[in-house]
Design a protein around this ligand. Sequence first.
Ligand code: 6R9
Length: 647
Amino acid sequence: MLGGEEFEIETEELPADRVAVPESFAEQANVTPGQLRRFTEEGVDAWEMAGDLLTWDRPYRTVFDAEACDWFPDGQLNASVNCLDRHLDERKNQRALVWEGQLGETRTDTYLELSRKVNAVAAGLRELGVEEGDVVTLHMPVIPELLVTMLACARIGAVHAVVYAGFSAEALATRMAESNSSYLVVSDGYYRRGDAVSLTNRAETVRAGLDQDVTTVVVDRLGDNHQYPLGADEHQYRRLLADHRGETVDPVPRDATDELFLIYTSGTTGEPKRVTHTTGGYLAHTAWTSHAVLDIEPSDTYLCTADLGWITGHSYIVYGPLALGTTVLLREGEADQPPRTKLWELIEKHAVDILYTSPTAIRTFMKWGEEYPEEYDLSSLRLLGTVGEPINPDVWQWLYEHVGGGECPVVDTWWQTETGGHLITTIPGVDEMQPGTAGPALPGIEATVVDETGAEVDPNTGGYLAIETPWPGMPRELSEETRWAETSGVLPDSEWAYMTGDGAVVDDEGYVTILGRVDDVINVSGRRYGTLELESVIVGVEGIAEAAVVSGYDGRDQGIYAYANPDTDAADELALREAIYQAVETQIGSFARPDRIVFTPELPKTSSGKIMRRLLSDIAHGNELGDTSALRNPEVVGEIESATQSD
Ligand code: 6R9
């Protein structure tokens, strides 16, 4: 797991000074240092604070069973009850969901209305044969129907698997095959920056590639001009909803350890990596961090700009915020898509209290200029959060000043698909902030930085980030593979550890600065790409002998750089380039299209024959080249450098 050789730590740019907690915020913050002390005093049992934010059908007596590595093992609950039913007494007429569509539409659902829709869709899914434990694949843009269907699955104990709408039919089929899913809820298409993208025929293509039969429900997103012809075993979502209007479905009590959903992410193998989150631990973790870190209260209007198809959308649009009974503003489309005033206009229009977004989007806003946010009244904002990648100190400052007016804390939250929820971040109102540094591990979490041998390194020294305590949002795969009591053998000094795949530095006070990925995964614009997955698609193109994918930087933006070696000298590079784009688009999706394709006569290799990705990454970033003495073919370096620059 520790892929040592290729990993070099840069510690030159250590973080700037700390910023104090704005006092006005601290006075009203959801958690106080006193409450958090319970983690020091009670250890793992303090996670009871998270469990107690939920409503249980059968209350748990044990918080964590170390033997089995299970959270709240004897408890039973239903996630849709926690996100809907239990709020109805107090706030049935409060808005649960406000949706802003790509075409300028606004749709609102109160908690009561949302709950009725979820019940109707749950009844519809049941009628189609969906049973507890079945995997239902959802493939849609950010529209209310997606959120409704997620909660409808949760209500009947079905396991949803959302596949981001930008994935290709082939990528969708691979995921459905892996999870043996026989149900697909898909939209007829989606709008991307105003243009309609059709998903018609997607179900057909998927079916052709699968062994199992598939029952499909089609959601109408594109309107009457884009009628989706229904085939056999295809049903209309609208019909389903109308046929079951007014029906109620008893929520299925689930064991805390039962799966709530599956989600696929990029791992270190070429295959997409399945991550399974639990009903009790995951929901407790996301509810607790939504409360303690995002400071969400029921009276808030909360905006998170992530896509529902990724983990951030699951944890911090759907489950955490709705478990707390807040008003969620859902926006279809990317945070930084034009018009340049859109996001600020939405914040003013809906008097948004909390904004959770990505460093990439903020970098774009910064490039556009502060005049856009300045045109709007953003004084409703109380807290700002970022996720997905490190945020540079100057970008942090820009957000703090030009969006938060110097009065809103910024939480830089580090976590992963695998962790389910936040693990490293400051707690607003409690911890001082340090621009460029995620912050300390959450109370109850131990984050360590270790070297290649697994030994803890000294403070302010780079190494591999490991998590040495279990946490409620841990995925089932981790509980199953790494029983808490057994040693994983990775770290000599600890009983158990989860290796995150990130490089990091910890300072004397325990603040963690993330340096980026150290495994065969790259993170571009807050999205994880398995380099092996991309490389195998590129190598699959006829005429390409070898390929290596790294992240690169052109002085303005981070991007995916693909280095490819054609198998003849006389290759038609233009045609090959097109073929590569085509292959990535059909096998993964256009969002993974490389920003640069550089053809080279050879890839740089170590004497043992490994492609030296670190060198390619240095070249792609325009960095000083590190030690190249281990190279078998140093003569190619200059050529690759000039090809990268001229491309
Ligand atoms: C939630 C999410 C996880 C990877 C992770 C790391 C990077 C996420 C970060 C951050 C620096 C932060 N990452 N948050 N790096 N600072 N605050 O993004 O999940 O898509 O699985 O990506 O993202 O490299 O390992 P996921």
